[in-house]
Write a protein that binds this ligand. Structure first.
Ligand SMILES: O=C(O)CCC(=O)C(=O)O
Length: 263
């Protein structure tokens, strides 16, 4: 991560890096995702739950079922950013999400001006993300096609968000704070979950994302991923690798050494 990228990330709360998935690998992943999209179509008609509704379906178990996706966890083009911005990281979640027209995510962020321990911080020139999102566009995402929308700089907000919860309901003066991030297939959006964000797909195109997140290893996994979710993959990962390191359980006494970045 260059000093310029670090500066930009700190000011805006996000960074888009292009061409982080090789074309052949992207094609192979998309071939598999075609199958998952078929499953997603079936899930759309089931009663809504935390992981799906008729316009948005996510699969949080995909990493356990698709070995091909494991290399994304340790993507060598992304790992240096994770290492630079998350202290002793663990994988917090990994999911494939499909989004149809009208599907949206309401406005939210991890940051609170009154609970500093969970918040994005910088100390002695080092960035500390408690929850760094790395979101891969598996297909191009153009304007109106569901790109994540962020309020730049809001990870440092001093006041509580008082806006409404959904993008279409917002007054123009608030709505214009959001920057809609279009993406090319094979690129990654890295953002601090402390920045205010939301999204909506207003197009006929199905938005296809791989969501990953890296957390500070002392914190528990998120509300969607469980401590045991990656136990088998952790056990199978070779000793001393980044894969094993990132898939470890979050522990209060986190003593597993961090591998060198070069491997
Ligand atoms: O999938 C989306 O558009 C929203 C993602 C999001 O809210 C998140 O990663 O926290």
């Amino acid at each position: 991560m260059t000093p310029q990228e670090k500066y930009i990330f700190d000011i805006r709360g996000y960074l888009i890096i292009e061409d982080v998935i090789e074309p052949d690998y992207l094609e192979a992943l998309n071939d598999r995702l075609d199958r998952w999209e078929e499953k997603a179509m079936e899930k759309r008609s089931l009663p809504a739950s935390r992981t799906h509704n008729s316009k948005n379906v996510c699969f949080f178990e995909i990493l356990n079922e698709e070995p091909l996706f494991l290399d994304l966890v340790t993507n060598p083009k992304i790992l240096p950013y994770v290492d630079a911005m998350v202290h002793r990281p663990i994988v917090e979640q990994f999911s494939a999400c499909f989004r149809w027209k009208g599907g949206d995510t309401g406005v939210h962020a991890g940051h609170t001006p009154y609970q500093a321990i969970n918040s994005y911080q910088v100390s002695e020139g080092r960035i500390y993300n408690n929850h760094l999102r790395v979101v891969y566009a598996m297909k191009d995402i153009g304007p109106g096609e569901g790109g994540i929308q962020i309020v730049p700089g809001s990870h440092k907000a001093n006041l509580r968000w008082e806006g409404v919860g959904h993008l279409p309901d917002m007054e123009p003066s608030v709505r214009e704070l959001f920057v809609e991030l279009t993406m090319k297939a094979g690129s990654a959006l890295l953002f601090t979950h402390d920045a205010i964000h939301a999204s909506i797909n207003e197009s006929e195109k199905v938005r296809r994302l791989i969501h990953t997140a890296y957390n500070f290893g002392l914190f528990a996994r998120g509300w969607l991923a469980d401590h045991a979710d990656y136990e088998r993959l952790f056990n199978e990962a070779p000793e001393g690798t980044w894969l094993k390191y990132l898939l470890r359980r979050p522990e209060y006494m986190d003593l597993i050494p961090k591998p060198d970045l070069e491997q």
